[in-house]
Write a protein that binds this ligand. Structure first.
Ligand SMILES: C[S@@+](CC[C@H](N)C(=O)[O-])C[C@H]1O[C@@H](n2cnc3c(N)ncnc32)[C@H](O)[C@@H]1O
Length: 261
């Protein structure tokens, strides 16, 4: 998938799942110090960096990513939202020794820890980067969004998810880690784990339809060598017809761990 489609997909994540983000950030805000200094690891298009800066008064955010395209997009969004003075970006590969981010009250890592090659090393770096009492927040996808539940396309969507999960596993991604146990082993004192079952029912706003289009097209193109011709053709037909449908939902599960240094 082209990079700009990935950016659009991440931006839509913020819009479609805004209630979930509001709830998690509200929780973090209650646990964190006032005007927290936040580092957003693998910040991507800035979904959380912007939401954190908007929702937590006086928060400052250092958005870290290895992708200069993501960071350029993020800076543009921050400036457009009038948050340019509270959000800065740092380009860094988090699989290498981390740069010094300065005093840090909260480290936020959403859908990024699973990309890192060595989870234990990353958690040790997070521990070292936080001030005592600081918070590490890890949010991960327990299941990727499904749009076709209860419709004729449900089965092919499920087969697509199974094949994509297999591909991620083979690529060595750390999708189903117990980040709470890992944080404890890294020295974090208290760890709280919460599950979020997101189940948005039809009719959905236009942004959700676009979200489904990008997400299912991305799934289909990543699985050319893994799904049958019939399933690929079925996914093509589903993607082509999404704009005219009013029966799409969004179902996804997220797990969030909040650990205190
Ligand atoms: C799935 S996106 C999540 C983006 C964002 N946190 C969100 O929730 O929308 C993962 C991000 O992690 C970044 N990433 C992956 N590996 C990385 C690494 N080794 N160092 C820095 N960033 C990395 C990618 O460039 C991408 O922007």
């Amino acid at each position: 998938m082209a990079h700009d489609h990935m950016i659009e997909l991440l931006d839509l994540d913020a819009e479609v799942l805004s209630d979930y983000f509001r709830e998690v950030i509200g929780w973090v805000g209650r646990e964190a110090v006032d005007r927290p200094r936040i580092v957003d690891l693998g910040a991507g298009s800035g979904t959380a960096s912007l939401a954190l800066a908007r929702q937590l008064p006086g928060a400052t955010v250092t958005a870290v990513d290895m992708s200069p395209e993501m960071l350029a997009h993020l800076r543009g969004r921050a400036a457009a939202a009038g948050l340019g003075d509270r959000i800065q970006t740092v380009e860094a590969d988090l699989d290498q020794p981390w740069p010094d981010f300065g005093p840090t009250d909260v480290i936020w890592a959403a859908a990024s820890m699973h990309h890192l090659a060595h989870p234990a090393t990353a958690l040790a770096s997070a521990y070292g980067a936080l001030r005592p009492g600081g918070l590490l927040v890890i949010a991960e996808l327990k299941s990727f969004p499904r749009y076709l539940a209860g419709t004729a396309g449900e089965d092919v969507e499920l087969r697509g998810h199974a094949a994509a999960a297999e591909r991620r596993h083979e690529a060595g991604m750390h999708m189903h880690e117990n980040w709470g146990d890992r944080a404890t082993r890294a020295g974090f004192a208290s760890v709280i784990e919460r599950h979020f079952d997101i189940d948005l029912r039809p009719p959905l706003p236009a942004a959700a339809t676009r979200y489904a289009q990008l997400s299912l097209a991305r799934m289909r193109h990543g699985l050319t060598d893994r799904l049958s011709e019939a399933d690929l053709a079925a996914l093509d037909a589903i993607v082509a017809g999404l704009a005219d449908r009013d029966d799409l939902g969004v179902r996804t599960e997220r797990t969030v761990w909040l650990a205190r240094r």
